[in-house]
Structures are given as C-alpha cells and as structure tokens.
Design a protein around this ligand. Structure first.
Ligand code: PEP
Length: 255
C-alpha cells in the first residue's frame, strides 16, 4: 500500500501567535498546492497559537494541516492546565502528538499515560502521532529495537486493528532530538522496519502496510532526502528546522 509521506513541524514552546501567523504565511507562499499531492505537511504549534493558525488555514483555504503537541487523557472537568481532545477537534486540529520524549522525560509520562492520550485523540477524531525512542545508553548497548518495540506495545496496548490503522508512529531516538546528531538512514530504517513488523503482530499485515512511521531527530533540509528515502520511513517529525519557514518548506518539498 502506498503511504503518503508526512512532514510534521513540532514548534515546541516557541513562537507567539503573531510569529505563528508570519511563519504559516511564509510556508503557504513557499509550498504551493501542487506539493500537497505528494506530501502531507502539518504544523504543531503551542496550544495558544492554534486558533490563529486555524483562522489563517481556513480563511486562505490552505492545504497545510495543524495539530497539538499534547492532549489530555480526560474528556473534561477538574484538570487544571489540560486541553481535551474535544477542544482540539473543535479547533480543527488533525493531529495530536502523544508521548514525545520531552513529555515522557520532563513530565514522567508512562506508556499507560501515552496509551490513554492516544485513546483520547482517537475518540475525538484526531490522529495521534505516537512517539517512541531510545536513549543513548540503550543505543550504545545495541538494544534499540527491543526497547522501541516495548514502548510501542505499551503505548498501543489493547487498541483494535481499526484503531491502530488510524495512528502515526514517530521513531525519535532521544539522543538525536535537538542535538544535531542525526541517526543514519540505516539506523532509522532498522527501527522503523521493526516497528512495522510489530504493527503486523498487533494488528495485521494490511494495517501495518498502511500506517505511517516517521523518523524524528535533527532532521533538516540536507539530511531529509536520504532518511525519507528509506523504505519504512514515511516522513519526519521535525523540531528546530520547522521554525525556519524556508528550511521547513524546502525539506517538505524534498520529502
Ligand atoms: C522533535 O522535537 O520532535 C525533534 C525531532 O526535534 P529536532 O528536530 O530539533 O531534533
């Protein structure tokens, strides 16, 4: 099954809503409609920018989509500081990132939490981008495949094949995020291929063949071509380079 590449720009905690508008306007100018036939491009702003991005995307009928960097596991109620899937859906979000390593590490999110957030996203019609990835010690010990598959199983535990068919998985080795140290294309392919194999076990070969598996970790316009050229890498989750309109547009066009 042909999988359309997805380039997702995770802005993290950067850009106020004026800067967000300026970036999306530049992206819209640099990425004419024809590119969207071959690649899906999405931006993942901070919650406070989503409404501004929505206004621009809907007003100008842009083909660019957008999403959120996190989603609450809960529907509504006394959860100070959280944002529900229903709220994000109402703002027109397509995606919700869950289990980013910065959430797993800095906010102690477990696989159980990531699973609950994945379910909350799915329940509200959002596509969860489920992030997994090993730290440096695990990579140096050569245990990266086993570690990532364990995280994948924990983060998708008990989901039906139909639910799994609706997720995107992002393999993001922690040692490559924001460090400038990018995995080799072969490193990315090794783990992404293993992820697809595990999806076959968790769901079916048909589902596994359709799920997009992204690589993330210091992707830029120079290295994206080789990385997304790997047979099991279907795009990229991009942090730092997604804040520069020219570079993000260039790397999206290459993918
Ligand atoms: C990320 O935040 O998911 C990421 C991959 O960041 P960077 O591209 O900056 O390494």
């Amino acid at each position: 099954m042909a999988r359309k590449p997805l380039i997702a720009g995770n802005w993290k905690m950067n850009l106020n809503h004026f800067e967000a508008i300026a970036l999306v306007q530049k992206l819209a100018f640099s990425l004419p409609a024809k590119y969207f036939d071959k690649v899906d491009v999405t931006v993942i702003p901070p919650f406070t920018d989503i409404r501004s991005v929505q206004t621009l995307v809907e007003g100008d009928k842009l083909l660019l989509t957008y999403g959120a960097q996190d989603v609450s596991a809960h529907d509504s109620g006394a959860y100070t500081g959280e944002i529900s899937g229903a709220m994000l859906a109402k703002l027109g979000c397509t995606f919700a990132v869950v289990g980013h390593s910065e959430r797993r590490t800095l906010h102690w999110e477990s696989n159980e939490t990531v699973l609950a957030k994945t379910k909350a996203a799915l329940k509200n019609g959002l596509t969860p981008i489920v992030c997994i990835g090993e730290g440096l010690e695990i990579r140096e010990a050569g245990n990266q495949v086993e570690y990532n598959l364990e995280q994948l199983r924990g983060s998708l535990a008990g989901l039906s094949a139909d639910e799994i068919s609706k997720v995107v998985v992002a393999y993001e080795p922690v040692w490559a995020i924001g460090t400038g140290r990018v995995a080799t294309p072969a490193d990315a392919q090794e783990v992404c291929k293993a992820i697809r194999g595990e999806l076959t076990t968790l769901a079916s070969a048909e589902v596994a063949a359709g799920v997009r598996v992204l690589y993330g970790g210091s992707v830029n316009a120079k290295n994206v071509g080789e990385i997304v050229g790997q047979p099991d890498v279907d795009g990229a989750l991009v942090g730092g380079a997604s804040l520069k309109a020219d570079e993000f547009a260039t790397l999206s066009a290459i993918a």
